[in-house]
Design a protein around this ligand. Structure first.
Ligand code: SF4
Ligand code: F3S
Ligand code: FES
Length: 257
């Protein structure tokens, strides 16, 4: 007798679209893993009463606070700023705090699992060390030569525009963990590290572009990218990740940045 439930959901979703509040029953299907309890991850279903306008993060909080306090996941700002709650929701990398229940087909179980390509430590938490090591390796900070300036470093609007897009990165890893090259070879720097190298390579105030380009000329650097575009599709900040990677490749060939 699934039809009445679907009809009830549809009415509630219509109400949500119109700005109203009507609770629906949602099944959150979470891929749980506790290395101390089981050898392999297991899928566990949780039934919840949710307003369709609430977010997947609210649903996870509800599970943790009302049903099972052992559920483990990262979150902090709850507003798409800190980048800590990237996860696979219905098979797609998203931020749980930016994903509304009504937008992920709540008539069916909503699947939630850890991002791919990084070792799962517990439930939705992965080991981010390799991700942040690649980030550190591209030297994500301003490097200048010569004497300290006696006034601020000026930059034109056009010069700032050159790297504006890549300043938006919140290091959530949604891009890198959606990249098939990274899945197959965790040594690949990955799109997030390249995005953050781009942010400085094209900054007119920075003097270390050549060094960063040489780092990315490595066999695990930009040339591993197969222009799959998963990274651009996954980025919750709307950064044109693949375009940034292409620009870094071009800069490596032309040495113009
Ligand atoms: Fe996240 Fe986008 Fe930065 Fe990748 S580029 S880490 S997806 S914000
Ligand atoms: Fe991977 Fe993005 Fe390139 S998904 S292959 S880094 S375009
Ligand atoms: Fe900070 Fe989602 S909790 S980005």
């Amino acid at each position: 007798m699934s039809t009445p439930t679907v009809e009830k959901h549809s009415a509630a979703l219509d109400a949500a679209e119109a700005g109203g509040t009507e609770l629906i029953t949602v099944t959150l299907r979470i891929r749980r893993f506790n290395p101390e309890e089981h050898a392999d991850p297991v899928w566990v279903d949780y039934q919840l009463e949710m307003d369709p306008k609430e977010r997947v993060l609210d649903a996870l909080n509800k599970v943790k606070w009302e049903q099972d306090g052992t559920l483990t996941y990262r979150r902090s700002c709850a507003h798409g700023i800190c980048g800590s709650d990237a996860m696979r929701i219905n098979g797609r990398n998203r931020l749980a705090c930016k994903t509304l229940i009504k937008d992920v087909n709540p008539e069916k179980p909503i699947t939630v699992e850890a991002i791919k390509g990084l070792a799962v430590l517990k439930d939705l938490i992965v080991d981010m060390d390799p991700f942040f090591q690649a980030y550190k390796d591209v030297m994500p900070f301003l490097i200048t030569e010569g004497n300290q300036p006696t006034r601020e470093r000026l930059q034109s609007a056009e010069e700032r525009e050159r790297f504006d897009d890549t300043t938006k990165c919140i290091l959530c890893a949604a891009c890198t963990s959606s990249c098939p090259v990274f899945w197959n070879d965790g040594q690949y720097f990955g799109p997030a590290a390249i995005v953050n190298a781009h942010r400085f390579i094209f900054d007119s105030r920075d003097d270390a572009a050549e060094q960063r380009l040489e780092i990315l000329n490595d066999r695990e650097g930009v040339w591993r990218c197969r222009t799959t575009f998963n990274c651009s599709e996954a980025c919750p900040r709307g950064i044109e990740v693949t375009k940034a990677i292409q620009e870094v490749k071009r800069a490596l060939v032309t040495r113009r940045f």
